[in-house]
Design a protein around this ligand. Structure first.
Ligand code: SF4
Length: 349
């Protein structure tokens, strides 16, 4: 589909939304993400997919842009059911505009005019039936920002929970307490990106530096299992001091919080940059351990630093979960603990 055709197709696949505030003067503000757009008739919010029609907020519903069954680790979630197959779905649109987005064909489809895209109609029941038929233990909203389609994700997760599946959101962290509270009754995991530490970095992405950490804290307060990811992009956010600052913030929140340092591969509007070199990630991981974090991982450079993708007991350092290239080869966690020394290891095992 061309962009205008895709916009029309998405407008036809909507339902009444819940995440909004009404002003006394009839104004409507969307609360699904930290932009908190004031919506006026005929113009979608910054994400391009939530809009006002008359007195109602219309939000995406009843379709997916992509869905795959893959190990849960491919969502950079390591402390939840290692090795379990997960059905992961993504939608169109995004509240940020990261120039290195891995999934820009769907997340930026409405801004970049990616040709050939079209939604696939599906119900929550059919999607979850697919997950069950494929032997999945989890359903994950990812690829674009799932909070901008929170009502749809909530419908899917409600169905997933009826079948005892784990549910997870993979978020850019540009969310709100309202959206986190709305999703929490049906969501187990909040996997959040920390894409940088400065206002200048987040200006490039279209967000604010303080929002993702605030979101992470709120998600933990609400009882989500939380893991954080930083994609380290050369020349953008690969300074050792800044990465140390992020590590310090995370260690102060909870030393058991897993932090993933992922290597960048050239793509989208940053296809002229080199990939991240392994030493940058290894030294950032070393600094994070020195600052007190107990679970720091290096990803996207699997062959070079495979040792740093394993989970080790924080006390005796025994390898508890052995991984290669986002696959679990062996998991020795027993009842949430190390079988050698009995130390509890944080996570949903
Ligand atoms: S999800 Fe965010 S960007 Fe989209 S309309 Fe709501 S507040 Fe605006």
């Amino acid at each position: 589909m061309e962009t205008t055709e895709l916009v029309r197709a998405l407008e036809a696949r909507t339902a009444a939304g819940d995440l909004l505030q009404r002003d006394a003067d009839g104004g409507m503000r969307c609360t699904a993400c930290a932009h908190r757009c004031v919506l006026t008739e005929g113009r979608a919010g910054a994400c391009g997919v939530r809009f006002r029609r008359g007195d109602a907020l219309r939000v995406p519903f009843g379709y997916v842009a992509r869905r795959y069954v893959r190990p849960i680790e491919t969502n950079t979630i390591y402390h939840v059911r290692p090795g379990a197959p997960a059905l992961t779905f993504g939608m169109y649109g995004c509240d940020l505009r990261c120039p290195y987005c891995h999934n820009w064909r769907i997340s930026q489809a409405l801004r970049e005019g990616t040709a050939g895209e079209s939604p696939t109609d599906i119900t929550p029941e059919a999607l979850v039936a697919e997950a069950l038929a494929a032997g999945c233990a989890a359903v994950v909203g990812a690829y674009n920002e799932p909070m901008i389609t929170a009502e749809w994700a909530r419908a899917i997760f409600t169905e997933a929970r009826r079948h005892d599946l784990v549910t997870a959101l993979v978020s850019d962290g540009n969310s709100t307490p309202e959206a986190l509270a709305y999703m929490r009754p049906v969501t187990d995991v909040f996997r959040v990106d920390l894409k940088g530490w400065s206002a200048a970095q987040y200006r490039v992405l279209g967000g604010r530096a303080e929002t993702p950490l605030a979101c992470l804290r709120e998600a933990r307060r609400l009882g989500y299992w939380v893991e954080a990811v930083t994609l380290v992009v050369p020349g953008f956010n690969d300074e050792a001091d800044g990465l140390r600052q992020l590590a310090g913030e995370l260690a102060a929140i909870d030393p058991d919080l897993p932090w993933h340092l992922n290597g960048f591969q050239p793509r989208f509007k940053m296809s002229d940059r080199p990939r991240t070199d392994a030493m940058t990630l290894v030294s950032a991981a070393g600094a994070a351990y020195a600052l007190g974090l107990r679970h720091v991982y290096v990803g996207n450079l699997a062959d070079e630093v495979r040792q740093l993708s394993h989970t080790r007991c924080p006390a005796c350092r025994r390898v508890l979960v052995k991984r290669a290239n986002y696959e679990t080869l062996r998991c020795d966690v027993r009842d949430g603990a190390c079988p050698d020394c009995g130390t509890l290891v944080a996570g949903l095992w």
